[in-house]
Each structure stands twice: as structure tokens, then as C-alpha cells.
Design a protein around this ligand. Structure first.
Ligand SMILES: Nc1ncnc2c1ncn2[C@@H]1O[C@H](COP(=O)(O)OP(=O)(O)OP(=O)(O)O)[C@@H](O)[C@H]1O
Length: 289
């Protein structure tokens, strides 16, 4: 499958933040989840892909095309959902839809009506009277109504209640039944990714930690739980992150086979959850005695 998004050596500098030489891609036909702690650069990355801000270096291609967003045909193929509100507050849902629809050549009125109904968005309701979650639903309904080949979503689940969150994830799964479609979405909620993501892009502090298929993570990472005596100056350096308690330690390794060879008989070795991988990687602390 080809890449629908490709970032090559992309950099972005703010006063107190730097993203340096980030290279990563999103494959056609799959759901790619973008994770990272607060301030990692998820929104920055998505806004650069969407052409809302410009990188200071590197290249971004969409559907194999550089500077793709200059082409109306490419914009037509992308649906964007964000927890920021880009709608006119004084308009109703129906009026807003009438403004958005003409921008898209494949706008489907019937599909839109279906989603507004499914999401319980009354056409006569003013945008300013919608809750945060309802605005996300509206954003989603608009994105799904023009046959977009690529959905890019910045924390779409953050303002949603658990029931709708689940429905949204199911909906994304359905959307992907068509193998030509692709989804990139950022989230803090690793459980969302456990449910639907095929690939995970993990960034921290503007750097790529990994880009892996979800299935490959358990083969690579190992969570070791043991007594503190097992930690010496050498063994500490093997861990990506360590959490010490009064009773022992927990640590994350990214070389499962080696880890099992060394710790298999002297500690508890487990497969870490995505949340644990994220926690220990961000926490670090493996190299300090
Ligand atoms: N316009 C800006 N001017 C200066 N700094 C900025 C600007 N936009 C973002 N930043 C900084 O860039 C860093 C990355 O921000 P970004 O919003 O991309 O992170 P994020 O991973 O989406 O975080 P969160 O999970 O909290 O939403 C942060 O340190 C932020 O303060």
C-alpha cells in the first residue's frame, strides 16, 4: 500500500519548542494513531499536514504530491476534524452546512442528513448553542459527507462521552471497510488506539519515538517487574524507563528477546500495554543511578 501522507525531515521551531527532522508516513487503507504527551507536537504536526502552519524545513507530500494543498483536488479528498471550533457561532447547523458543501465536489447531501440525524444534530440549532462534543460531531459529520479519502483528526474523542466515543471508533472502523480510505488521528487515550489503530506514531518532545504496527509492539517491548537488587549501573542503562517503589521496580525494555534471556528467571516479565509503553518512555530515568 502506498503512503497517503509522507513527512521527510520536517522541522518546526517555536521559542521554546523544536521539532527536528521528523520523517514519518501514513499508509493508505489503515488507521494510524498519533500519540504523545502534552506539548509533544501532535497538533503542530497535524496543522503542518493541513497547511495551516508552515514547516521551517523538510517536505510534506499528500497522495504522493508535494505542496499538495495548493491543489483544490487534493483538499477535496481530505476531511479534517479538530476539537478547535472553526464554525461561525451565529449560524445554525443547516446554514453552516450550506456554506461548507459547495467547497467539495463529491458532497453527498443524503449522507450528511444521515450523519446529522445519527449524531442528533438538529439543523435549526445555532452553533453557539452546541456543546463541545456536539461541535466535534458536527465537524465529523461534515468531514464524512464529502467522500474524503483521508480523514485527519486532532483529538476527535477528547470532548466525547464514552458511549459516543465508542460509536465513533466503530464508525471509523466502518469507514475503513473501503480500503482506499485512510485515517490519521491524534489522541491521549491509548485505549482508543488499542481498539482501532493499525499503526501507532509516537512522538515526544518533537522527536519520533516510534512508528510501528500495533501488532509488532508486543514482540518488541517487555515490562520487567523485580527486586531493586537487579538494578545496577549497567542494567539500568538497558531500560527506557524505570519506576521504583519501596518494594522493587518496574522497567520497560525495547529488546524483548534480550530482556527475557536476562530477566526471564529472576523477575516477572510481561507484555506492556500501549499506555505503559508511553508512560515509561516519557518518564525515562533508566540511565541514572
Ligand atoms: N504558535 C505557537 N507559538 C509558540 N509556541 C507554540 C505555538 N504553537 C505550539 N507551540 C508550542 O509547541 C509545542 C507543541 O504544541 P502542540 O500543541 O503541537 O502539542 P500537542 O502534542 O498537540 O499537545 P497537547 O497534547 O497538549 O494538545 C508546545 O510546547 C507549544 O507550547
Amino acid at each position: 500500500m502506498r503512503d497517503v501522507i509522507q513527512l521527510s525531515n520536517v522541522s518546526k521551531y517555536y521559542d521554546r519548542y523544536a521539532m527536528r527532522d521528523l520523517s514519518v508516513s501514513v499508509k493508505q487503507g489503515y488507521i494510524t494513531g498519533l500519540i504523545g504527551p502534552n506539548g509533544a507536537g501532535k497538533t503542530t504536526l497535524i496543522q503542518m499536514i493541513m497547511g495551516m502552519i508552515h514547516p521551517d524545513g523538510g517536505e510534506i507530500s499528500l497522495f504522493g504530491q508535494r505542496n499538495a494543498l495548493d491543489t483544490p483536488q487534493v483538499k477535496d479528498r481530505i476531511g479534517y476534524v479538530s476539537d478547535e471550533n472553526y464554525f461561525y457561532e451565529s449560524l445554525t447547523v443547516k446554514q453552516m452546512k450550506k456554506i461548507i458543501a459547495p467547497f467539495y465536489s463529491k458532497w453527498d447531501e443524503e449522507v450528511c442528513r444521515k450523519y446529522l440525524e445519527l449524531f442528533k444534530l438538529a439543523p435549526g440549532k445555532k452553533i453557539k448553542d452546541l456543546s463541545k462534543g456536539m461541535k466535534i460531531k458536527l465537524s465529523l459529520a461534515m468531514a464524512l459527507s464529502h467522500g474524503a479519502d483521508l480523514l485527519i483528526m486532532d483529538e476527535p474523542t477528547s470532548g466525547l462521552d464514552p458511549v459516543f466515543r465508542r460509536e465513533l471508533l466503530d464508525l471509523l472502523g466502518e469507514h475503513l471497510q473501503d480500503e482506499s480510505k485512510s485515517i490519521l488521528f491524534s489522541t491521549h487515550n491509548t485505549a482508543d488506539l488499542d481498539k482501532v489503530a493499525d499503526y501507532i506514531v509516537f512522538i515526544n518532545d518533537g522527536r519520533l519515538v516510534f512508528h510501528e504496527s500495533k501488532e509488532s509492539l508486543p514482540e518488541k517491548y517487555l515490562l520487567v517487574k523485580g527486586e531493586k537488587e537487579l538494578l545496577d549501573r549497567d542494567t539500568r542503562t538497558w531500560f527506557l524507563g524505570i519506576r521504583e517503589t519501596p518494594f522493587g521496580f518496574e522497567g520497560l525494555l525495547n529488546n524483548r528477546a534480550e530482556g527475557e534471556k536476562h530477566f526471564g528467571n529472576i523477575a516477572i516479565c510481561e507484555t506492556p500495554s500501549l499506555e505503559e509503553i508511553m508512560y515509561f518512555t516519557v518518564k525515562g530515568g533508566g540511565v541514572h543511578v
